[in-house]
Design a protein around this ligand. Sequence first.
Ligand code: PGA
Length: 255
Amino acid sequence: MSTRKPFVGGNWKMNTDLNGAAELAAGVASAVGSDSGVEVACYVPFPYLVSAGQKLGSNVRLGAQDVWTQDNGAFTGEVSTDMLKDCGVTTVLTGHSERRHVIGESDELVGEKTRRALIAGLQAVLCIGETIEQREAGETDAVNERQIRAGLDGVSAEDLKNVVLAYEPVWAIGTGKTATPEDAQDAHKKIRALIGSMYDESAAGAIRIIYGGSMKPGNAPELMAMDDIDGGLIGGASLKADDFGAIIEAATSRV
Ligand code: PGA
């Protein structure tokens, strides 16, 4: 299959508590076991990064769900790349749909955060995707292109190697509705072609593009069987170590 290493991320969102986060982390670590050939990350709430990180072990990357654009200073409530790195974080989400559509982050702010993360040496998982209104208006490709161009503004070909793109149609997130494998594949293929035109063919061939939006053990195999779907970003199903483990298992079919 493809030479791209599959990537499966668990986005815990604003869930778990101190003990529950540590238990879940330990469960994920044991589900992953030794190196399966799949890159696995858990995006843990800020307060539990250190304690959960200690349980994730060396085969699961510790991730943060957000990051701020400055090193330090008067930014009440924000968290810098240095603070995250101090806690053992190596990967961050940028532009998750809840940050765009609930919190109100602009495409430009998402781009600044992505650049900042990459400059700091963190992996950035840049999330993009259309709302149901945009889909029904036939704007899916235009929205994806706008969010990718703004999200990768100023990102060099070298830094792009540390980017994963997560295509997450907003209408599929947390709703139980999943894009069909064919629709998701169509979007991923166009996104890969766009990366080819923004960078070059080798960058397009190398970048991981993962799908997110109600991915579960039951639908993960058919989604991951598609040529351009290199893994998943999992919300609800990442809160149960067994379900998350089954999704990781589905991703091993791409190794
Ligand atoms: P979901 O969330 O799997 O619960 O739909 C996905 C995400 O928001 O990343």
